[in-house]
Design a protein. Structure first.
Length: 308
């Protein structure tokens, strides 16, 4: 009798899911997955719809009249778009590397109990999560004090460190890296930099992938920094350039007082479909990188939430 009670109360029995419940969960997740995919398909459908069909029938999931005018318009601007895409890749890769290095190093430092300034650094990390200096102070520091205007560092350094990411790293190192490993390395003569680079980082792939993914998404999708600090067209990122194209299209579409040449150009140029094509160009490349981080993402976020 006791043996049967133990079998019933065992973790494997408690954690079992009924087949009917499993089917319900699968249906729910399928619906949620379709809800995530549907907007992307809808945007693609609009991007290949002719402007005349959009004006007549509005947005439709199945185009009434196909047209590649939006992509032809962007193809004519391919030299500028490819250069801007190269700048976005450089900013994203370089910024992600710097972000991971800064975040993991600071997270490791504040995770060690023997660090004398641990409380001070913890407050320095915590306060920006609640308060910030505002856009004006950031602009003055970056533009006037540091003199980063029209440099690639103006696109990288303002986004290089996040208090939230440092907190994730601190929790990971606190729960994953035992003090005994650090003490053993110190006995063998290793310094803190060597411990961090050769012992801590190799066992920290989940949190590095998580922080790296957050940083890559942030750098790739950012256009605001470029709009504030970049006037040089050679330093424009893809998002900033495509945003300028979108604003120019909206200006032409909403300006009824242009000359004859402008009116003819406006009538021959796609507007709504180009906006959707621009959205696809921005979304698809960064979305393709997600599977590379997927196997580390969940474990990196949930470290410290469950203890055995």
């Amino acid at each position: 009798m006791k043996k049967r009670e133990k079998e019933v109360d065992s973790p494997s029995k408690i954690n079992q899911i009924k087949p009917s419940t499993n089917i319900v969960f699968n249906i729910i997740f399928l619906v949620l997955g379709l809800m995530c995919i549907f907007p992307l398909l809808f945007v693609f459908s609009i991007s290949i719809t002719s402007e005349e069909s959009l004006r007549t029938n509005g947005y439709q999931i199945i185009p009434q009249e196909l047209s590649a005018a939006a992509y032809e318009f962007l193809w004519n601007e391919r030299d500028m778009i490819l250069h801007a895409a190269f700048m976005s890749i450089v900013v994203t890769v370089l910024g992600t590397v710097i972000t991971v290095a800064l975040t993991t190093s600071m997270g490791y430092v504040v995770s060690r109990n023997g660090f004398k300034l641990k409380k001070l650094y913890t407050w320095i990390i915590f306060i920006p999560m609640v308060f910030n200096g505002g856009m004006l102070s950031s602009y003055v520091v970056i533009n006037n004090i540091l003199g980063l205007r029209n440099t690639i560092w103006a696109l990288i350094l303002p986004l290089a460190c996040s208090s939230f990411s440092v907190t994730i790293c601190r929790t990971f190192f606190r729960t994953t890296v035992p003090d005994s490993i650090v003490e053993s390395a110190k006995i063998d003569g290793a310094g803190q930099f060597r411990i961090w680079s050769q012992i801590v980082l190799p066992i920290s792939k989940p949190v590095m992938a998580t922080i790296g993914m957050f940083a890559a998404f942030g750098y790739w999708n950012d256009w605001f920094q470029a709009s504030l600090y970049i006037d040089n067209k050679n330093l424009q990122t893809l998002q900033s350039m495509l945003n300028n194209i979108r604003e120019s299209i909206e200006y032409l579409a909403n300006n009824p007082y242009g000359g004859i040449s402008m009116q003819e150009y406006k009538l021959s140029m796609p507007t709504e479909s180009v906006r959707m094509a621009i959205a696809l160009i921005i979304i698809v490349p960064i979305a393709c990188t997600y599977p590379m981080f997927q196997k580390y993402f969940i474990s990196g976020l949930t470290i410290g939430s469950v203890k055995e």
